[in-house]
Write a protein that binds this ligand. Structure first.
Ligand SMILES: [Zn+2]
Length: 350
């Protein structure tokens, strides 16, 4: 009798396993159904230095959708980063249906370098360079890796932001209907209600070109995958209440997608916010905020003042309309053109 090489036999068996039985590998992370695995997506060196992206794959035994939760797109927005460690710890794999991909820190150069907005390597904003470039600078290569390895595998996505290191922010969610895909728009709306923040900013201004999708969330949405951007946390700190809100939001979306059992009571009194305007600094100097996050301001109310480096007032910034301070920059450094804060006005009933 002719002996069959055991490796060939194994290869033949593997290839006829149903897809959901096979090992799912993303970078060095791997998981079979019912397993969880962590590892890194390598972003090789190019025109600048290499980096890597820590991820976890969690798979239920039962097949189902794939949800990607991304933290740390901006490295100093830390409450979601801490929250995903808890999601990883607390997730009950025996209850999970489908696949959860956790991107623990999308932007490791910014996180470790403690920068706001921009990478310390290429000075680009990771949430403005999607879908990225294989031969670009490090932020573009991170975006390229996340697009290919995470977004293209996902059915749903939440890009979890917070107030950056300088931003005192009250929790809110961006719902970004594009009018291109009614299913994606309406499921994303329901996901926003499931996530749990009462204030939901309607942003219809995101680009329509999948090759110039700019934002993480928009990259998914333009590929037909319902997606949200959430904002939960402030000032570069993992405030316990904000960490907890991120954890709850993640589990609420998992239950909404029927990836975990249990009810999701929708937000009872959502406040749809439209318009929301980012106020920008008319000059460079020292910023004195005069409002708090979440405060209601009347039209014309002083949001803050800018002085030169010696203390002479250069400008007073006023609210362009009545609304809520969604975030306000609460640290003194200010450069011309940078955000000072965002005011949101409640929209008509949706
Ligand atoms: Zn952010």
């Amino acid at each position: 009798m002719r002996l069959v090489c055991p490796l060939l036999l194994l290869a033949a068996v593997t290839s006829i396993l149903p897809a959901q039985q096979q090992v799912l590998r993303i970078g060095s992370a791997a998981a079979r159904p019912g397993e969880m695995g962590s590892g890194f997506i390598d972003v090789p060196a190019g025109v600048d230095s290499a980096t890597r992206i820590p991820i976890t794959i969690a798979r239920g035994r039962e097949s189902g959708p794939t949800l990607a939760l991304i933290a740390g797109t901006h490295g100093s927005e830390v409450a979601p980063i801490i929250a995903l460690q808890r999601v990883r710890r607390d997730l009950d794999l025996t209850q999970l249906r489908g696949t959860l991909i956790l991107v623990h820190v999308a932007n490791l150069p910014s996180f470790l370098g403690r920068t706001i907005y921009y990478s310390p390597v290429d000075h680009k904003n990771l949430n403005r360079v999607y879908p990225g470039k294989a031969d670009g600078t490090v932020s573009e290569r991170i975006a390229y890796a996340i697009t290919r390895e995470v977004i293209e595998r996902a059915d749903y996505l939440v890009d979890m932001h917070a107030g950056d290191g300088n931003e005192s922010l009250r929790p809110y969610t961006y719902w970004s209907p594009l009018g291109l895909n009614a299913r994606a728009d309406s499921i994303a709306r329901a996901m926003a209600l499931a996530w749990g923040s009462e204030q939901i900013v309607i942003d219809t201004a995101r680009p329509h070109d999948p090759q110039a999708s700019v934002y993480t969330q928009n990259t998914a949405q333009l590929r037909g995958k319902p997606a949200l951007t959430t904002e939960t946390g402030y000032l570069g700190m993992p405030a316990e209440e904000m960490v907890q809100r991120n954890v709850e939001g993640a589990f609420r979306v998992l239950r909404f997608l029927r990836m975990l059992p249990g009810p999701v009571p929708p937000v009872e009194h959502p406040v749809w916010v439209d318009p929301a305007v980012v106020l920008r600094s008319p000059g460079t100097g020292i910023w004195y905020p005069r409002v708090e996050r979440g405060q209601f301001v009347q039209k014309g109310a002083v949001v803050g003042a800018l002085t030169d480096f010696f203390g002479t007032e250069l400008a007073q910034i006023r609210a362009p309309f009545a609304g809520v301070v969604m975030y306000v920059v609460a640290t003194p450094a200010m450069s011309a053109g940078e955000p000072l804060g965002m005011i949101g006005h409640p929209a008509e009933e949706r």
